[in-house]
Design a binder for this molecule. Sequence first.
Ligand SMILES: [Zn+2]
Length: 349
Amino acid sequence: MKKIILLLLCVVMSACGPKGRQHAYVLPDNVESKVESLQLDLARAPKAKKVLADEDRPLQELFEKSELRIVNDNFRVRVPPELVEKYNAGGYKAKLGLLHAGIIDELLSVFDGFFDNKPIFYTYIIPEDMSKKYAGHPIPGFDDDGFSMAYGTWPGGEAWLDYIPVRINIMHEYAHLIQENFNASKHELFTEGFADVVPLYILGYESKYPEYVQRVADTEIYSVNDLLAKVDMYENDAPDEICSFRKTYISSYALVRTILEKIEEKFDMTKEEAVKLYLNIYAMSPETNQEKLGPNPDKNSKEWEEARVQDSRVLIENFARLLDMDADKLLNTTEYQQEVLQEIRKLSE
Ligand SMILES: [Zn+2]
């Protein structure tokens, strides 16, 4: 059995082939003792290149004049000058300190032992007039000891400390910072699913959130190929809820969770172990088509989008090969995901 597993990993790896990018880590050659060897050195792990678009200069200026607040070992806040007084007076401090630091601790419990050095998460508080563009999602990070992305926080947006959707949503955004560190150019099909799978599945928030379970029960999901080729991932068909309620996000979540559950089953792993293996395979997946476009491709071009779609299909095929799934079925139908959807629906019974 061990030999078969080894062989399968080799198949996946050789499919990855030699690449231009350098990774400071390798897939372990013995899956059964792999968890120990899956440790990644964040400092050496490839960081997404900070290519700052001209339109993001105002963000850099905001960073330069902001004040730094160290909440704990894992979490730091940048406060714009106009909000320092308010922050110091306790309002934002209490919210961000309690809420975000607690959420980051919980998030890091999933990745225990994964990082050699302690990762530091940043949130940049965005003043109201810039909040439309920079708040509520990952934005370029300028702190060298942090991830390549920070979370842009709009201080008016988080009123409830223990409101489940708020917790899920904030954790979703911080999970993006981890995933972006491993590979920033992956398709939203993978990135949104990953950001949801951490709170909803691994940390079990789904079972505390009946409205979400109901939404999943009522939703007919998209296949991988539909998501890659036809659908706008940010199509908002759930305007009053958090983004996890969108049909595209549920579809993406169902896919990533299907892959995680197959990893757990095949390699007899816990959820936490499975997500580490997932990220390794994900980070090392080839991007042959994107690389063909040169070092600075036009990310608004059709060619770039097509290359990303093709590379995503290769990643799906690699997962299918590793996990004894039929790649065509995984790409073109939702059959594999139905098992996951049924598990979720059971929560409402
Ligand atoms: Zn997201």
